[in-house]
Ligand binder design. Sequence first.
Ligand code: SAH
Ligand code: SF4
Ligand code: F3S
Length: 466
Amino acid sequence: MPLKQLYTTTIGCQMNVYDARQMAGVLAPLGYAKTDAIETADLIVVNTCTIREKAEQKAFSFLGRLAKYKEANPNLIVAVGGCVAQQEGKAILKRVSHVDLVFGTHAIFRLPELIRKIEETRCRLVDVRLSDTLEQDPLISAPVAEGEISTFVTIMRGCDNYCTYCVVPHVRGREASRHPDRILEEIRIQVDNGIREVTLLGQNVNSYGNKEGLCSFVQLLEQINDIPNLERIRFTTSHPKDLSPELIKAFGRLEKLCHHIHLPVQSGDDVILKRMNRRYTRSLYLEKIEKLRESCPDIGITSDFIVGFPGETHEQFEATCTLIETVRYDGLFAFMYSDRPGAPAAAFSDKISESVKKLRLQTLLDLQADITAQKYQAMVGQCHPVLVEGTSRFLETDTTPGVKVDDACDLVQWTGRTSANHIVHFPEKAAEAGKSPLTGTLATIRIGGVHAHSLWGRRVSNNEVR
Ligand code: SAH
Ligand code: SF4
Ligand code: F3S
């Protein structure tokens, strides 16, 4: 079969990154091999996100730019997948004349037949059927890229929480969990491919298996913890209302489970939380944070925030700031509220102006930047095991402090993460580094100092660790 070129681009969350790999996996038997050269591609797949208006705009502006490739090569197939595809369906065919296929978030496994049909008949197709169950869960386990040591594995799809601002339940469908055997098998295959760290994905992993009567999330973690040659397990996202005492205890107990939790709170004000339909209060959230730190004192905690939710007063925003000061997060993502079609909050009154949202966003980011800087500074001198992900370009302007620029050309800069998910860079003599013997190993790094968004340090041998 002649080899055809597949170009994929992904906007959005880690689930979309995972889905893109699955797409490449299902298309491989049709003769499609991945390429980075968009100009020569036979099939372009745009994997889209609609979580905020900006993400949707990004998808349409990327699609617009594809017209010239279609003009140059009329046989080119342009396919739109992901959450915008699910949301907009055939409207995309009307809006963008050079799109051949719109396929929804549940249509990935039907992609080969859809593409084959287009290849044969040059028709334009739409498939945005959603299903309430995981009717099909073939083990694709598309190969990870050469040298990759960390990967995502989706353990459940969809969401049943219906936060009032959120489009996800509308574009990803009802929550459905994969069978633990499929998940374990997929991780084992990926470990054989060289993967050392897995991040389990779900919109609310803590309700894993509940609906289907499968095992609990902690039981799943226990089984993954037993997989030989896997070094680390991470997961995202955990909804605060469902964070169980068992999972809190698992952090101190399962040795491969990284000491990090992403626990989105969205707001620090009870009235806003209620109107967001988050189903927890500020005090319940803070109680869980306290228990997490009791169970695992060095746990890294990160969160998501929305500023300018409809009706958010200055006092309510202040409550979010004081929550951040109380928790002292290791990092956070903050977003300006954005109306989404189908999400109830789009119809809420008292919308906040863009300028106020911008101001509030900057206030949160500044607040967190101070906390991050203080937390980083406190780590200087400590030793941390870092799972090495690979090398990063050694920039002269960003040379590791303490390394003479004259020496810099002899050095390779390695990058990895601590268990708590802090990024750490460390230099090593190129000659000693060899091909890439450090990638995928745990190196002990003594933290020497801080960059804006990461730490730097030196590798030490275990007997140097104090
Ligand atoms: N399932 C995850 C979040 C998925 S979406 C959870 O419940 O935490 C990722 C983040 O996008 C959310 O945590 C929220 O902070 C943000 N977000 C979602 N909808 C949004 C909207 N309409 N406007 C602004 N931010 C939004
Ligand atoms: Fe959206 Fe809420 Fe579901 Fe997260 S839990 S995906 S924010 S509806
Ligand atoms: Fe975006 Fe869909 Fe993920 S809307 S954030 S790609 S679930």
